[in-house]
Design a protein around this ligand. Structure first.
Ligand code: PLP
Length: 368
């Protein structure tokens, strides 16, 4: 029995290794989780209360239309509910987008080493991904991506803003110019997982066109990563296309309830955004004290330059040995950085202590 040609041709890799596996394989009982950009500040207490109160009705399927949530999101975004599609997180919505717009053998374009799920779906649906390295400053190279797009005329260009793993935020005008410079037959999949951390009026303005799909999530600033829920902002025409292939009961009922309650708790969100800015400032100060540079970030993580990819990997492994889990970008030029998520003050302290210890050990090992 053979699998499809597409699946037979895929490498047997996973884009993510979870912290649970790292703990299992390294015999760790506890881990300071600073590797997945989860919210260390947790979900809104209102979301927790609403979800807890509904647990008894777990026997029910969720509303396949996510009606109440879509209405609330529509009010927030000033658009009709028909222009919102709810999915099980951005990862799910990206898969739908690829399935809807990319033919088998078709081409997509992205920054090399950006958030990996897009590449994973492109490969899984039998497409080809062409990539452009980040600039030396660690920014997605918009001009080079647009030039490549003009050359290869891809079905989809993927851009994350704020970007992961760099944390770089591109102003709305720059994103608009980039979008307009893409070929007329190319869709821009704009991943705004971290949009809640940026000022709203500096994001790309609300725009609903068939060539643009924007995706948002409750996983990051709203602290609901484990609930798996996100949404797309798109034209009604594209929403109807997604409707033809999406899993009608794929969205967790409790997640719908938690997301709705989160939207109503603006205070919690504002607090998380403030705490996150504080965490970034702490990491920047720490890096500065250690003589290391960082990439200015508008997301809930910071990249710290370790000088080389080998050192970055070593530092990451040493931190894990000390029970601190972070990640690092995989592709040059960003692979010399480690990426640490915004933690609570005690988590930040644990990271700072472990990093100082690792670096001083290395320094004394290097001394004659
Ligand atoms: C975390 C992250 C996601 C995943 O979002 P989910 O809604 O949890 O699937 C998507 N894109 C980027 C850029 C991310 O960093």
């Amino acid at each position: 029995m053979k699998a499809t040609r597409v699946v037979e041709g895929l490498p047997a890799n996973t884009p993510f290794i979870g912290p649970e596996r790292l703990m299992r394989e390294n015999g760790l009982r506890e881990l300071v989780r600073l590797g997945a950009n989860e919210s260390a500040f947790g979900p809104s207490p209102r979301a927790v209360a609403a979800m807890t109160g509904e647990l008894e009705r777990l026997a029910w399927y969720g509303d396949p239309d996510s009606y109440a949530l879509r209405e609330a999101l529509a009010a927030r975004h000033g658009c009709p509910a028909e222009q919102i599609l709810v999915g099980s997180g951005i990862d799910d919505l990206m898969g739908l987008c690829v399935r809807v717009f990319l033919e088998i053998g078709g081409t997509a374009v992205a920054a090399r080493g950006t958030y990996p799920t897009f590449a994973y779906h492109v490969a899984g649906y039998g497409g080809r991904l062409e990539t452009v390295p980040y600039t030396n400053e660690g920014e997605p190279d918009l001009e080079a991506i647009a030039a490549l797009a003009q050359r290869v005329r891809p079905s989809i260009v993927y851009l994350a803003n704020p970007d992961n793993p760099s944390g770089v935020f591109l102003d709305g005008d720059r994103v608009a110019r980039f979008y307009e410079s893409l070929p007329g037959e190319t869709l821009l999949l704009l991943d705004e997982a971290y949009a809640d951390f940026a000022e709203r009026d500096r994001l790309l303005e609300p725009r609903f066109e068939d060539r643009l799909v924007r995706v948002r999530t409750f996983s990051k600033a709203y602290g609901l990563a484990g609930a798996r829920i996100g949404y797309a902002l798109l034209t009604q025409r594209n929403a109807e296309r997604f409707e033809r292939v999406r899993l009608q009961y794929g969205v967790n009922r409790n997640a719908q309830i938690g997301a709705l309650a989160s939207l109503e708790d603006e205070e919690h969100l504002a607090w998380v955004v403030r705490e996150t800015a504080q965490a970034r400032a702490d990491y920047e100060r720490l890096a500065c004290e250690l003589g290391l540079s960082t990439i200015p970030s508008r997301a809930n993580f910071v990249c710290i330059d370790m000088g080389s990819a080998a050192r970055a990997s070593e530092v990451m492994a040493e931190l894990l040995r000390r029970g601190v889990w972070i990640r690092k970008p995989g592709a040059p030029p960003l692979d010399r950085y480690v990426r640490v998520s915004a933690g609570t003050p005690p988590m930040r302290d644990a990271f700072a202590r472990a990093l100082r210890a690792v670096l001083s050990e290395r320094a004394s090992a290097a001394a004659p």
